[in-house]
Design a protein around this ligand. Structure first.
Ligand SMILES: O=C(CO)COP(=O)(O)O
Length: 134
C-alpha cells in the first residue's frame, strides 16, 4: 500500500513517536510525506520515505495528485487545529480528495491507530482490487 504521512509543525513530534511505535507495520508499505515531515521521519525512525515538496510549497497538492490518479491508499495527517496555515486551501483540498475517492484518512493519532490496525488486519485490502488501482 502507498501511505502518506504528514504533520503540521506542532504535531511533528507526535507523528515521529507514532511512526516509531508502528514502525513494524509502516515498514511493510511504501511511505510518502511532505518535505519537512519526511526529513523528520527519516532521521527519527529510519524508515524509508519518499519526500514531496514541503506542504506550503505544494506537498499537500502532490499527495492530492496521487489520490486523483488512484495511487494513494491511506493518509495519516496530524493536523494542527489551533494554528492557521498559510496553505489552508491546500490542506482542505487534500482532505476533500480523500472524500471524493474514499481514501482512508486519519487527522489525529487516535484515528491513525485504528487505521493502521485495520490495515494490518486486511480491512484496507479492497484498495488492491484491480479496478481500484492502476
Ligand atoms: O504543511 C504541511 C501539511 O499541510 C506539512 O508540510 P511539511 O512536512 O513540509 O512541514
Amino acid at each position: 500500500m502507498n501511505i502518506a504521512l504528514v504533520a503540521h509543525d506542532r504535531k511533528k513530534d507526535d507523528l515521529i513517536q507514532f511512526a516509531l511505535a508502528y514502525k513494524p507495520i509502516l515498514a511493510k508499505h511504501q511511505l510518502y510525506a511532505t518535505g519537512t515531515t519526511g526529513s523528520r521521519l527519516v532521521e527519527g525512525t529510519g524508515l524509508s520515505v519518499h519526500r514531496f515538496q514541503s506542504g506550503p510549497l505544494g506537498g499537500d497538492q502532490q499527495i492530492g495528485a496521487m489520490i486523483a490518479q488512484n495511487e494513494m491508499d491511506m493518509i495519516i495527517f496530524f493536523r494542527d487545529p489551533l494554528t492557521a496555515q498559510p496553505h489552508e486551501p491546500d490542506v482542505t483540498a487534500l482532505i476533500r480528495l480523500c472524500d471524493v475517492y474514499q481514501i482512508p484518512l486519519a487527522t489525529n493519532m487516535g484515528t491513525a491507530e485504528v487505521l493502521l490496525k485495520g490495515l494490518e488486519n486486511g480491512l484496507v485490502d479492497w484498495r488492491l482490487l484491480s479496478d481500484r488501482r492502476k
